[in-house]
Design a binder for this molecule. Structure first.
Ligand SMILES: Cc1cc2nc3c(=O)[nH]c(=O)nc-3n(C[C@H](O)[C@H](O)[C@H](O)COP(=O)(O)OP(=O)(O)OC[C@H]3O[C@@H](n4cnc5c(N)ncnc54)[C@H](O)[C@@H]3O)c2cc1C
Length: 379
């Protein structure tokens, strides 16, 4: 039986499946590639914990003490690996140096995007950079629980709905959260993993090889541009195919259009985003290598922020300067979303690339020329 009657109301955080004491809930992938919980009635004891643990509802935390900052790491190399100003890495460094654990999202060798636990800086480096796809979170909350029970300091970073899911899980298990610091990212919405997997298959078939590394937004083209790159047969290819599909908003999870957390009311101790529009307010700070917008939401967030503030470049800003679209409302899911998935079902990935992804001859020639120039210049 489906636990979720209305897909717009389920963010796929998996807290219900993790908390179920009877192990009666499995997360299953639907035809669009998103995870949803399904109940095995034979095992269900009707305890109701799956409904109690769900935190996918708007918050009312009060905002009296929120502080807003523009932040960038002093290390350009650290910043280039990250999506914005490298704030996440700076915070993670503190915890790793204190023998703590960091939880975040990596892309594995098979291009599967999932949560991992890091205990070294090399492991944290793999978490840097935004992976614009729904991440696989299954199985990670119990690891956080164990680390907290062992008395470790822990950072957990993810989308706001995933952070809320973790709090639901830990609260119902009555786990002491005093050594946990959470980070949520301002989120446009998560695309389906099916689209990413089909794109990877398409590229591997086209170039007859295996993708060795995939960068969803390669900063070597500048922070303010959006170009995906991948390495295949030793060559770096730059494209906008996946990017174009992402920005149609047609392949986002249905619940992203109904996001409970697209506001200044955040579940995490600290919120991070790309600091767009900064140059108009703070000339010279933005060097097109990335600046993080950081919102400190709680006292725990303030303590964590204070511990690193001498290691990064910072400007305190006002709320209006820090404003980003998804802090005000969810991304609007277009009316033709159902039509997109109908075309996908009938004509497959190439069908939607051609119909919605601006995959035409002129653009294909343009990107091949860019590849050629890059190879010539040995970039
Ligand atoms: C799906 C998605 C949508 C986003 N939409 C916006 C937006 O609308 N506006 C905006 O300003 N910024 C958006 N971002 C970017 C996000 O705000 C940046 O990750 C943030 O600026 C952090 O930058 P950083 O340099 O500190 O961290 P980085 O070093 O880049 O670290 C990235 C952090 O994001 C986490 N992460 C990466 N991919 C995922 C994923 N798929 N699911 C969960 N967590 C992930 C990692 O675990 C890591 O903690 C989005 C990111 C994602 C993943």
């Amino acid at each position: 039986m489906k636990l979720v009657k209305d897909k717009e109301k389920c963010c796929g955080c998996s807290a219900c499946a993790e908390r179920c004491p009877a192990k009666a809930i499995t997360m299953t992938v639907d035809e669009e590639g998103f995870y949803y919980p399904v109940i095995n009635e034979d095992n269900c004891t009707d305890c109701g914990l799956c409904l109690k643990v769900c935190r996918n509802t708007p918050l009312d935390n009060g905002l009296q003490n929120q502080k807003y900052y523009a932040v960038k790491s002093r290390s350009v190399a650290d910043r280039m690996r990250s999506r914005s100003g490298g704030f996440f890495f700076e915070l993670a460094k503190q915890i790793i140096n204190d023998n703590g654990a960091v939880y975040g999202v990596v892309m594995e060798v098979d291009c599967h995007v999932r949560y991992k636990r890091a205990a070294t800086l090399e492991e944290v480096k793999l978490m840097q950079g935004s992976k614009y796809v729904e991440s696989d979170i299954l199985g990670i909350y119990p690891y956080v629980e164990n680390d907290l029970k062992d008395g470790l300091r822990v950072i957990f970073s993810g989308t706001a709905c995933q952070v809320a899911g973790l709090y639901g899980y830990l609260s119902l298990k009555k786990v002491d959260q005093s050594r946990l610091v959470t980070i949520d990212i301002v989120c446009h919405g998560v695309p389906s993993r099916k689209v990413l997997e089909d794109y990877i298959r398409f590229a591997e078939k086209k170039y007859k090889g295996r993708i060795e590394a995939f960068n969803f937004r390669d900063k070597s083209f500048g922070w303010n541009t959006h170009v995906e790159t991948y390495i295949i047969n030793g060559k770096k290819r730059a494209r906008k195919n996946y990017t174009n599909l992402f920005y149609t908003n047609l392949c986002l999870r249905p619940s992203c259009g109904n996001c409970a957390f697209a506001s200044y009311q955040r579940p995490a101790d600290i919120t991070i985003a790309d600091f767009w529009g900064l140059n108009e307010k703070l000339e010279g700070f933005d060097d097109n290598k990335g600046v993080s917008a950081v919102i400190v939401n709680t006292q725990k967030g303030t303590n964590a922020f204070d511990a690193i503030k001498d290691c990064v470049d910072i400007h305190e800003v006002d709320k209006e300067t820090c404003s980003q679209p998804n802090l005000h409302k969810p991304t609007k899911i277009p009316a033709n979303r159902a039509e997109f998935w109908k075309v996908y079902k009938e004509k497959g990935f190439m069908g939607v690339m051609k119909a919605y992804g601006r995959y035409d001859l002129l653009r294909r020639i343009k990107w091949h020329l860019i590849d050629f120039r890059k190879i010539k210049n040995n970039r």
